[in-house]
Design a protein around this ligand. Structure first.
Ligand code: NAP
Length: 548
């Protein structure tokens, strides 16, 4: 038997194991290999792509423009890939990520169909032991979680589901071959970003569509369309400046942080209306928020912009009673993700679409033939759950992650996530989180945030290697300070008010904590860079010779 006190630890199988092969995992692999590290990726799906591999539902599309929702690390890639539309459809993004995997020869270091079930830190050896649902455990000096913020779907627990004779579909686990709803009576539960994309598509195909709405949501038209070649060429010619602007921006899109912004409440109504009309005509949810960031802070500013959107809903939906039911009233605009749509509100003018307000008439049960609310039974051949995700922490806590003293992440995060910069968690040495909780992540163009984290992590690993440092760990005081800052920034906004997935309100029993950093990507990047420049301030670094 090996005595860990006298047996020198074996070198790890890899410098780093990366969990997930979406935007984050693919770039992390590329970046680490380029820096001369050995790295290996485990991916649960049978293809690369992460979010864009799983979410194949009709109408799935990104709400950030194609030219911005793409990697910036390779100027050649930037120039050679041709986007076809202003907002990219899921198949196009998936094709892009497959192209990236091939172009940078990433596949040879990726195990598909392999779900990581556990990762335990071995304090004696100073490495992670990673277990999967296939094959032998592997060891790695570092473990990088590229598991995504919205990757664990949350289907509602509805009584009677086992009795329902029709087909059920989860938008985030959509059949690869698609679904033909022609001639069917279809129900959709949910009216979030996903449902708002699904509903117009299914309405065109189904015999009848019933939308079960619990909370009416704000949505802004995408104004999607083909991306003309000349326009794309012009953007590509200016990519360095565009990307630089995005990196410094609040939301990771090429909109400058206003230097001395006017308060929305001080703008005369006619002028504000004109500005909002222009933004509405241009389309885009992020640009609306970026144009008036104080809507997320000032209730009066928010009320004015929210009322503008409600006027648009009333002007679009012909039946005034229906329009009123579609008008959000339970939360300030933007405190649940502001949705982006193509003909969402217009869809309710169709004869084959019904809206059921679940607040007025809650679901009682599924029956053999459909869904019964307190007032009526709706006969359905198929039911689509567009009911969201166990966001931000769901994928991390689904694994049995154990750090120092065998303490599990589930235990450490029982009252909500605890991180330093959203990149690391005290008690879990050499574990990195890409776009982890308490980083800007879901409040930004994810690709920009992912690149920022990947670059930071790769630089960090190079720093440790150059100095013979075996372990890096967030210090508890630095973590506490960061968390206090994250909470203070959130509390200064309207964001915590809504029962959103940002606070875990959609998952029964989840601690109510605002889980993202709202300080903006540019300022956050600066903070991370300062931490690195100060020799990883707020982290404890342990040299190779010392006991971990
Ligand atoms: P979501 O925003 O959490 O929406 C889930 C919907 O299902 C909500 O309307 C929710 O109602 C409803 N719901 C959940 N459980 C229910 C229940 N038991 N009974 C009745 N209704 C229920 O989830 P999502 O639409 O999948 O979007 C999640 C996030 O993914 C978005 O916010 C966005 O960040 C991202 N996303 C982006 C895009 C894009 O880029 N265009 C597209 C899709 C998703 P309540 O509001 O009352 O909880």
């Amino acid at each position: 038997m090996n005595d860990p006190r006298i047996t020198p630890p074996l070198p790890p199988d890899f410098d780093a194991v990366i969990v997930g092969a979406g935007f984050a995992g693919l770039y992390m692999l590329h970046k680490l290999r380029e820096a001369g590290f050995t790295a290996h990726v485990f991916e649960a799906g049978d293809g690369v792509g992460g979010t864009w591999y799983w979410n194949r539902y009709p109408g799935a599309r990104c709400d950030i423009e194609s030219v911005d929702y793409s990697y910036s690390f390779s100027p050649e890639l930037e120039q050679e890939w041709q986007w076809t539309e202003r907002y990219p459809r899921q198949p196009e993004i998936l094709a892009y990520l497959n192209h990236v995997a091939d172009r940078f020869d990433l596949r040879r270091d990726i195990d598909l169909n392999t779900r990581v079930t556990a990762a335990h830190f071995d304090e004696h050896a100073g490495l992670w032991r990673i277990e999967t649902d296939r094959g032998q455990p592997v060891t790695a000096r570092h473990c990088v979680m590229a598991t995504g913020c919205l990757s664990v779907p949350k289907a509602p627990e509805l009584p009677g589901i086992e009795r329902f004779a029709g087909a059920t579909y989860l938008t985030a686990a959509w059949p690869k071959d698609g679904v033909d709803f022609t001639g069917l009576r279809v129900g959709v539960i949910g009216t979030g970003s996903t449902a708002i994309q699904v509903i117009p598509q299914v309405a065109r195909q189904a015999k009848h569509l019933t939308v079960f709405q619990r909370t009416a949501n704000f949505s802004v038209p995408a104004r999607n369309g083909p991306l003309p070649a000349a326009e794309q060429q012009r953007i590509k010619a200016g990519y360095p400046d565009r990307r630089a602007l995005s990196r410094q921006s609040l939301f990771g899109i090429p909109v400058a942080v206003p230097e001395a912004p006017r308060r929305t409440r001080d703008i005369p109504p006619a002028e504000l209306n004109q500005t909002l009309e222009t933004l509405w005509a241009q389309g885009g949810a992020m640009s609306l928020l970026a144009a008036a960031p104080d809507v997320l802070v000032d209730p009066e500013a928010n009320a004015r912009v929210a009322e503008f959107v409600r006027r648009k809903i009333r002007a679009t939906v012909k039946d005034p009673d229906l329009a009123e039911r579609l008008c959000p009233s339970t939360h300030p605009l933007g405190t649940k993700r502001l949705c982006l749509d193509t003909e969402y509100y217009e869809t309710f003018n169709r004869d084959n679409v019904t809206l059921v307000d679940l607040r007025a008439t809650p679901i009682e049960t599924l029956t053999e033939h459909g869904l019964r609310t307190r007032e009526a039974e709706y006969r359905l051949d198929a039911l689509i759950f567009a009911t969201g995700f166990d966001a931000m922490t769901g994928a991390l806590l689904a694994m049995d992650i154990r750090g120092r003293n065998g303490r599990s992440l589930r235990e450490a995060w029982a009252d909500g996530p605890h991180t330093y910069l959203g990149l690391a968690s005290a008690g879990f040495p050499n574990l990195f989180l890409i776009t982890g909780p308490q980083s800007p992540s879901v409040f930004t163009n994810m690709v920009m945030s992912i690149e920022q984290h990947v670059d930071w992590i790769a630089d960090c690993l190079a720093y440790l290697r150059a100095r013979g440092i075996r372990c890096i760990e967030a210090s508890a005081p630095a973590q506490a300070q960061w968390e206090a800052h994250v909470a203070a920034v959130a509390d200064a906004t309207l964001m915590p008010q809504a029962d959103s997935w940002y606070v875990g309100a959609n998952v029964p029993g989840k601690p109510r904590v605002f889980m993202a950093y709202l300080g903006g990507l540019g300022p956050y990047r600066q903070r991370c860079d300062e931490v690195a420049a100060q020799g990883y301030a707020g982290f404890e670094l342990t040299p190779a010779a010392a006991t971990v």
